[in-house]
Ligand binder design. Structure first.
Ligand code: SF4
Ligand code: SF4
Length: 340
């Protein structure tokens, strides 16, 4: 393909990323991911639980050349999504309070990649649904380090980054990799309610509340339900306790913010009574759509079983008559817990 315009360099790419609203942007080479062997072992040990999509195509996930032959560079760009938790019963992980980040990031990455394709080079855009390992790449691109919680930590924005990548055949100057600043801290390990961080830098996804409330499709193991506490969707515990939070700022992306009506309402009972049509309408643009109504109601029942009162029993008794066996089973468990 003939180049229509001059190819942008690293400086121009980063300036364009800032214009598009990205909070961070770094560049690395398209060499295979450093943690490739660790990742293969992690999925072979079954620690991905039901997330079989993660274990599929390990070569594609760890070698950028298998995704875009001739790739020379990877641009990693991210958005800060921190915001205060809305008041009211039941917590939702902050990334899921507003609109689905996949659409927002993909739209911005596509705009960033346009400068590359206009210059006749190839590019491929990814946001965690894609087949590449993101956090080790972000670390290599100098954005932050993968902390003991396995989350990506930025020295100024803390662990509140959503990232995406552009693989490109364009040769760009790489940034120096980020250094690990966890030091002797182990707050995330001690704070994890389920002991899912089994050792520094090691996560057993099968025990993680994010997995249990989002990825797991069936029944939540009974022994883990009490540990879920008031978390309806995902968990921010290991992020909240990280000392690198101290400079965290509210996101500049309005679409990440919780709708104002989220604050102060009785979210739990509202959700338990939501009809299928209301669910589709209310969560049309939300990451919560992914767990479907049955998954959300299952989670609400678990939370009510942990923090509910006698006043929640009528709504739970209604849920125990739902058509969906998954909801019925969790509602019955919650009723037993409250009555017990
Ligand atoms: S998200 Fe929650 S459950 Fe998962 S590792 Fe972090 S603290 Fe533990
Ligand atoms: S809480 Fe401490 S150990 Fe965990 S990621 Fe943050 S700095 Fe690292």
């Amino acid at each position: 393909m003939n180049a229509l315009v001059a190819a942008p360099d690293s400086v121009a790419i980063k300036a364009r990323a800032r214009e598009l609203g990205f909070d961070v942007c770094g560049i690395t080479s398209a060499d295979p991911a450093r943690h490739a062997d660790f990742f293969r072992q992690w999925s072979a040990d079954g620690k991905a639980g039901e997330m079989q999509w993660l274990a599929r195509n390990p070569d594609r996930r760890t070698d950028p050349q298998a995704v875009l032959p001739g790739a020379r560079s990877i641009i990693v760009a991210g958005l800060n999504y921190w915001q205060p938790q809305p008041e009211g019963r039941g917590r939702v992980a902050r990334y899921a309070l507003g609109d689905d980040y996949h659409h927002i990031l993909l739209e911005k990455l596509a705009a960033l990649a346009a400068a590359i394709t206009e210059a006749g080079e190839q590019s491929k855009v990814y946001v965690d649904t894609g087949p590449i390992l993101e956090k080790p790449l972000a670390e290599r691109a100098g954005i932050g380090w993968q902390g003991k919680s396995t989350m990506l930590i930025h020295p100024k924005l803390g662990p509140w980054l959503l990232i995406g990548e552009i693989l490109t055949t364009l040769e760009l100057e790489a940034d120096p990799p980020a250094r690990d600043h966890c030091g002797s801290c182990s707050r995330c390990i001690s704070a994890c309610p389920t002991g899912a961080i089994t050792a520094p830098y090691q996560l057993d996804a099968r025990r993680c509340i994010a997995y249990l409330t989002i990825e797991l499709k069936g029944s939540i193991p009974e022994e883990l339900r009490p540990l879920i506490g008031d978390r309806v969707y995902g968990c921010d515990e290991c992020l909240d306790v990280c000392p690198w939070n101290r400079f965290a700022q509210t996101t500049r992306e309005a679409r990440f913010l919780a709708p104002p009506e989220e604050s102060g309402r009785d979210r739990l009972r509202d959700l338990l009574e939501i009809t299928p049509a209301e669910f589709k309408r209310r969560f049309a643009n939300s990451p919560i759509l992914r767990v479907k109504r049955r998954g959300l109601l299952r989670n609400v029942c678990v939370v009510l079983g942990n923090i509910g009162t006698a006043e929640d029993l009528p709504a739970l008794e209604k849920a125990a008559r739902e058509e969906e066996p998954l909801v019925r089973e969790h509602a019955e468990w919650a009723i037993r817990r409250i009555k017990g």
